[in-house]
Design a protein around this ligand. Structure first.
Ligand SMILES: *Cc1c(COP(=O)(O)O)cnc(C)c1O
Length: 373
């Protein structure tokens, strides 16, 4: 069996380091925030080429608090994409603001920068581009438009740890960048975790308060805050894992380029990386019009795949109240019907890549025969 991800294989490689780090937290009893979290905030924000990092309990909370720190609330509109994990949109909803969608560029699955201007109204306050699959959104035009209209840019970098745009790390390109450390992400905790990265001291101060009941000093509640603290054990685990992230990212990139090579000539559309991008392949998604058939056939051969994501957010029942209908975002809708994520994790072997690509190529050949008939 070739799994879609294999968290156990990664743990085996770092077991002693991780176990010692967890032991250290048990001894120090700094179970929530504390010195390991503070050290991880410094190390990860530096990794992102940002000045400040604020550790929180999830990536969703990172987005939620970044939006609140930017002053976003009821009556405001926030522009994002419908082809993302639902959390991007949920975080906007939590603030009371209205999510407004623009379509994606089908080459990169990220925000179509040409669609932004026409979505801006007098209520628009922010743009949330998503660096989906680990490929950066086209940030320069987004930042230009934001500057012209006085909008805040909050990057959803939850799938893009270490991804680069024109040689600069994502997460520190906009006003704030939000990361998730959900176990399956490129940098994953042994539990939940998230972080806001920023160069803005005022946002940092606000988010530090909001994550811990709105208090700067104990029981002095200045803001209506939350319990969104990052746990000490997660901070310690993430510090260990951060030291391996470059090697894991390189492994992902090598697997992606091997997949590209093995699938070239098969006719199967493989992921594109723009010249400005350093793609970190959180997800390696091919496209096929016969997706459910292919997914079942691969499963039958012991190859697990995933779909990220089968329904764009504007067509999810939970967000029907936004009033969008099928046909509003054709590129997002087509992507949602066609994408199929192949196994992707640093420990995946070349033999396993070959097995996956042989199976995919066979399916593509069968499909070609059927289409010709
Ligand atoms: C994972 C993810 C989130 C949410 O992160 P959690 O830590 O699960 O709350 C938000 N946006 C995107 C694009 C994600 O992939």
């Amino acid at each position: 069996m070739i799994p879609f991800v294999d968290l156990k294989a990664q743990y085996v490689g770092i077991k002693d380091e991780v176990n010692a780090a967890i032991q250290g937290v048990l001894e120090s009893c700094q179970f929530t925030l504390g010195s390991e979290v503070a050290a991880f905030e410094e190390e990860f924000s530096a990794y992102c080429q940002g000045q400040y990092g604020i550790g929180v309990n999830t990536g969703t909370s990172a987005l939620h608090l970044a939006l609140l720190a930017a002053g976003i609330g009821p009556g405001d509109e926030v522009i994002t994409v419908p082809f993302t994990f639902v959390a991007t949109v949920a975080a906007i909803h939590y603030t009371g603001a209205k999510p407004v969608f623009v379509d994606i560029d089908p080459r990169t699955f990220t925000m179509d920068v040409k669609a932004i201007e026409s979505a801006i109204t007098s209520r628009t306050k922010a743009i949330v581009p998503v660096h989906l699959y680990g490929h950066p959104a086209d940030m320069d035009p987004i930042l230009d438009i934001a500057r012209q209209h006085g909008l805040t840019v909050i990057e959803d970098a939850c799938q893009a740890h270490g991804s680069e745009y024109k040689g600069r790390r994502v997460g520190s390109l906009g006003d704030m960048g939000c990361f998730s450390f959900y176990p399956g992400k490129n940098l994953g905790a042994y539990g939940e975790g998230g972080m806001v990265v920023t160069n803005n001291a005022e946002y940092t101060r606000t988010i530090r308060m909001l994550r811990d009941w709105g208090a700067e000093q104990k029981y002095q509640h200045v803001l209506k805050g939350y319990n969104f603290r990052l746990e000490g054990i997660q901070g310690a685990v993430l510090r260990v894992k951060l030291r391996h992230l470059n090697a894991w990212t390189e492994a992902r990139r090598e697997i992606a380029s091997y997949y590209n090579e093995l699938l070239s000539g098969s006719g199967v559309p493989t992921p594109e990386a723009m010249s400005y991008a350093r793609h970190v392949y959180h997800i390696y998604a091919i496209r096929t019009r016969k997706r459910s058939e292919w997914q079942q056939a691969l499963q039958a051969k012991g190859i697990q795949t995933g779909i990220h994501y089968p329904i764009p957010v504007h067509l999810l029942p939970a967000y029907a109240d936004l009033g969008y209908v099928k046909g509003d975002f054709p590129h997002a809708e087509q992507a949602a019907e066609e994408v199929l994520s192949l196994p992707m994790f640093a420990e995946l072997s070349r033999a396993e890549c070959q097995e996956v690509c042989e199976a995919v190529t066979t399916l593509a050949e069968q499909a070609a025969v059927e289409y010709a008939a």
